[in-house]
Design a protein around this ligand. Structure first.
Ligand code: NCD
Ligand code: ZN
Length: 332
């Protein structure tokens, strides 16, 4: 049995830089035709020069494979209208991180006070630049995303023309917001469709399953599965593939991030098949994102076949999700 996916898109992707970029970028380019590239490098991407240079380094790392890096800027509230107008030609979105919420987010926003963000959000609305948000407060770890819900609602109602993408949602609370506000959208990762906090910390601690936002409860995973498997038009796939070298994961003080780029498409196909939902896979991994971002990708067909795929233990110094396990579907 075969299935062909047309132009798969990864709408939230960390490609890093230097040696790590050279390891991971070709793996995304093998099975996806484009991806929204996260700007949380050290230092973060905040200038047009930095966008152009990073894009070129990504292209160099990918080589001949057809893959379009869709660039983003790291949100700063002091970007001027003139700057954003020029930046618009080079980016697909701007990513807002609350300061300290996750890996390399120290330069993020320290207050979500609407007035302090108004000018930038208004400029983005007018220029039609989507806002991607890492939506977590600094509250109790299991409540951070739900607490951010009221901030999402404030953003959505105060800036009705701003397209807001709730990144890597993990809770039923966030799912419920999708049908409440026309301008709220979401990405969902592979891991949050598969695991709950039990898989991370319910038994032996699994550092390679530790990410931000942390996996939540069973009812949250159910809510995510409902919208993903039904092809809900406001959700799209964003892997949040976030590679860290083994020594940063298997240590005291494990970095947040799960590396899924090389297994994402096979894992999603396996999941949709198990749930009799293969007919909605195309919407989840490409069509919805095309509509939400108003983006027409190049044509790239990826064929998956129902044959066992045993996931490698590592790619260079990075351990992927499902390392050593066997998935029922593989890339042909
Ligand atoms: C990401 C990373 O490592 O850059 N980590 C993560 O746990 N998801 C950052 C992010 O998207 O939060
Ligand atoms: Zn991320």
């Amino acid at each position: 049995m075969n299935i062909t996916i047309k132009s798969p898109l990864d709408m939230h992707l960390h490609l890093r830089d230097e040696d790590m970029l050279k390891i991971v970028a070709p793996l995304s380019a093998e099975t996806f035709c484009a991806g929204i590239i996260m700007p949380n490098l050290v230092p973060p991407i905040t200038t047009i020069e930095a966008i152009k240079n990073y894009k070129q380094r990504i292209k160099d790392a990918i080589g001949d494979e057809e893959f379009e890096p869709l660039m983003t800027l790291f949100f700063k509230k002091d970007y001027t209208y003139e700057f954003l107008k020029e930046a618009k030609e080079h980016i697909s979105a701007i990513k807002l991180y609350p300061s300290g919420a996750t890996t390399n987010s120290d330069g993020g926003v320290s207050s979500m006070d609407i007035e302090s963000l108004r000018e930038t959000f208004e400029a983005m609305s007018e220029l039609e630049i989507p806002l991607c948000v890492h939506g977590e407060t600094n509250g109790f770890v299991m409540d951070r995303e739900a607490e951010f819900g009221s901030i999402y609602e404030q953003f959505a109602t105060s800036f009705p023309k701003l397209k807001i993408i709730m990144e890597h949602i993990t809770t039923k609370n966030s799912v419920d917001l999708l049908d409440k506000h026309a301008n709220l959208y979401a990405t969902i990762t592979v891991q949050h469709l598969f695991i709950t906090l039990d898989d991370v910390a319910g038994g032996m601690l699994k550092p390679h399953l530790f990410c931000k936002p942390i996996a939540k409860r069973y009812e949250d995973r159910e809510a995510l599965l409902d919208v993903a498997l039904s092809g809900h038009p406001k959700v799209m796939f964003g892997s949040d593939s976030a590679p860290h070298p083994t020594h940063k994961k298997e240590c005291c003080g494990c970095a947040a991030g799960i590396f899924t780029a090389p297994i994402a498409l096979a894992a999603l196909t396996s999941l949709f098949d198990t749930n009799d939902a293969l007919e909605h896979l195309q919407a989840f991994v490409s069509d919805n994102a095309q509509n939400i971002y108003d983006y027409r990708p190049l044509t790239k067909n990826i064929v998956l076949i129902k044959e066992p795929f045993t996931v490698r233990q590592s790619y260079a110094d990075v351990v992927p999700m499902f390392a050593g396990e066997t998935l029922p579907w593989s890339i042909k």
